[in-house]
Design a protein around this ligand. Structure first.
Ligand SMILES: O=P(O)(O)OC[C@H]1O[C@H](OP(=O)(O)OP(=O)(O)O)[C@H](O)[C@@H]1O
Ligand SMILES: Nc1ncnc2[nH]cnc12
Length: 174
């Protein structure tokens, strides 16, 4: 049987020299690959009790929505600034160059709810740290952070020390 890594292509020097881009489109383009990705994430949630799935824009949406559907849970979207029409909370985080801002609707999570935070990839951890902060600003509890891919060489986990972080596939370098 094929491993998830067999479906993932890695593109050197994209979008900048020195970066190996882990390209999830190669998983999505293959029905067996996408199914394996979702089933692998589902396996990591077996026996975990929670109320809401939260997905980070945009690649995080692809993997969080099928989990919410399959587990019959609500889906809360973490969006890049300026996309959500109702009242929001926002948090900014550092990118390699500059800053980005993400938002959530205030009514997407209620106080005390247990939340599973999903993204496709953990690199420096900035996106997930800011996402977890938003969930906490709304009174949610981050029960688990789950990603498909983790780049161990960027030590994103260190920013997320206080959370239970799991990934399906991890790579030694950046
Ligand atoms: O751990 P970090 O260093 O924060 O990097 C990881 C984030 O980077 C990518 O998103 P990107 O902002 O490129 O947006 P996209 O999902 O819309 O492509 C990826 O999908 C993660 O969300
Ligand atoms: N190396 C990488 N591959 C794909 N997405 C990323 N987001 C941040 N770093 C990335």
């Amino acid at each position: 049987m094929k491993d998830l890594s067999d479906y993932l292509r890695s593109i050197p020097d994209f979008p900048k020299p020195g970066i190996i881009f882990r390209d999830v489109t190669s998983i999505l383009q293959n029905a067996d690959g996408f199914k394996l990705a979702i089933d692998s994430l589902l396996q990591k949630l077996e026996g975990v009790e929670f109320d809401v799935i939260a997905g980070a824009e945009s690649r995080g949406f692809i993997f969080s929505a099928p989990l919410a559907y399959k587990l019959n849970k609500p889906l809360a979207l973490i969006r890049k600034k300026g996309k959500l029409p109702c009242e929001t909370v926002s948090a900014s985080y550092a990118l390699e160059y500059g800053f980005a801002e993400i938002e959530m609707h205030k009514d997407s999570i209620s106080k005390g709810q247990k939340v599973i935070l999903i993204d496709d990839l953990l690199a420096t951890g900035g996106t997930l740290e800011a996402s977890a902060k938003l969930i906490e600003m709304l009174g949610g509890h981050v029960e688990k952070i789950l990603t498909l891919i983790e780049l161990l060489g960027l030590h994103g986990r260190e920013k997320l020390k206080k959370y239970n972080v799991e990934s399906v596939l991890s790579f030694e370098g950046k």
